[in-house]
Ligand binder design. Structure first.
Ligand SMILES: C[S@@+](CC[C@H](N)C(=O)[O-])C[C@H]1O[C@@H](n2cnc3c(N)ncnc32)[C@H](O)[C@@H]1O
Length: 203
């Protein structure tokens, strides 16, 4: 397995941290405007998808599960953290999940209609990793991939030790290198936020 990305790894090591992540991902019961705008953008992006099956990777504790259930009959969640998966599996016995490395997914080619990758891509540090992850996601989908990225805008760009925004050109190059093309992009808050949901299809 590749080294898990350095996304504040302490958040994913134990069940208590996974429970805290889960509560915060849901706004501790009161989702803020930023969370609501993000989910609205995911919903707009998913409107372009159709099919029966979806892979949610990394699924974390299931932040977008409800939105996926609106469109797909069968959802499989995959994540490299066992504590995150244990919270993901809580409360819904019908969930299918597995512990997996996003770079080396344990599924046959074209196993799912769509693959969604939420809040992961912006943690990747270089073009090789970005292209490798998109190629891995493309391999297991029949139709396309929806992924969350941080894209520079005229008014916003962000760079931290854990996450970074990149140019639209870099995203296009990574999608192209993975054998896909961009169908649509959905900004979470117009040009004022880097948060973007990208929908791409297999070429
Ligand atoms: C920022 S969280 C996002 C989770 C979820 N998609 C969400 O929106 O809440 C990042 C997730 O990536 C998982 N992760 C880190 N490296 C991974 C890898 N190589 N393969 C699969 N999952 C990984 C972590 O365990 C964590 O659940």
């Amino acid at each position: 397995m590749n080294q898990p990305i350095k996304t504040r790894p302490e958040r994913y090591r134990a069940r208590e941290q996974a429970l805290a992540y889960h509560a915060s991902a849901h706004g501790n019961g009161r989702p803020g405007i930023s969370q609501r705008l993000e989910l609205a953008a995911v919903r707009r992006a998913l409107a372009a998808t159709a099919g029966d099956t979806v892979l949610d990777v990394p699924c974390g504790t299931g932040r977008i599960d409800e939105l996926l259930r609106e469109r797909f009959d069968e959802i499989v969640g995959a994540d490299s953290s066992v504590p995150m998966l244990s919270v993901y599996n809580d409360g819904n016995v019908s969930r299918r999940s597995c512990c997996a490395d996003i770079f080396h997914l344990p599924f046959d080619d074209a196993s799912f209609d769509w693959v969604i990758c939420h809040r992961y891509f912006h943690h990747l540090k270089n073009e090789a990793d970005r292209a490798a992850v998109l190629a891995s996601l493309r391999r297991v989908c029949r139709q396309g991939v929806v992924f969350y990225a941080w894209l520079n805008t005229t008014f916003a760009r962000r760079r931290g030790s854990m996450r970074t925004s990149i140019s639209r050109g870099r995203v296009e190059a990574a999608v192209d290198a993975a054998g896909m093309r961009i169908r649509s992009m959905h900004r979470c808050a117009g040009p004022f936020s880097v948060k973007t949901i990208v929908v791409c299809t297999r070429q």
